[in-house]
Design a protein around this ligand. Structure first.
Ligand code: THU
Length: 138
């Protein structure tokens, strides 16, 4: 458990580092995310906003894309950091994107002030894939 805490502290530190790189001129709400994989690697992402608003990509999405592009799909945990009062959690879309690779991974959420929460993705998004693409054959 203490070993877990140490790894998660490192993950939060990586998320905080990339938080500084976020491009969020419209919301003024920078977000950083760090994703750890079974091989022990960490992949990071930040939100990238757009004048069209709708094209904005979340920090989690960037981290997922970086991991998959590096050939890594076995997600263990994701840390997400923002300057929020309550620790921020991934949006619904990002929960589904994460669940694609591991519906029971851990989510560590942290505000800049250090207020933290730990969740299992399956509790934030239960039944993420139930029935999808399971067509009935007569
Ligand atoms: N955002 C993320 O990047 N991840 C989250 O978990 C929550 C929201 C971004 C999207 C947008 O740029 C800004 O935060 C406000 O919603």
């Amino acid at each position: 458990m203490q070993e877990d805490d140490r790894i998660y502290d490192e993950l939060v530190a990586e998320a905080l580092r990339v938080y500084e790189k976020a491009y969020a001129p419209y919301s003024q709400f920078p977000v950083g995310a760090a994703l750890s994989t079974k091989s022990g690697n960490i992949f990071v992402g930040c939100n990238v906003e757009n004048v069209s608003f709708g094209l904005t990509t979340c920090a989690e999405q960037g981290a997922i894309a970086a991991a998959v592009a590096a050939g890594e799909r076995e997600f263990i945990a994701l840390a997400v950091v923002a300057n929020s009062i309550e620790p921020v959690l991934p949006c619904g879309r990002c929960r589904q994107l994460l669940a694609e690779f591991n519906p029971s991974m851990e989510i560590i959420s942290s505000s800049i002030s250090g207020k933290k929460g730990r969740f299992l993705l399956e509790s934030l998004l239960p039944y993420a894939k139930q029935g999808i693409l399971e067509s009935r054959r007569e």
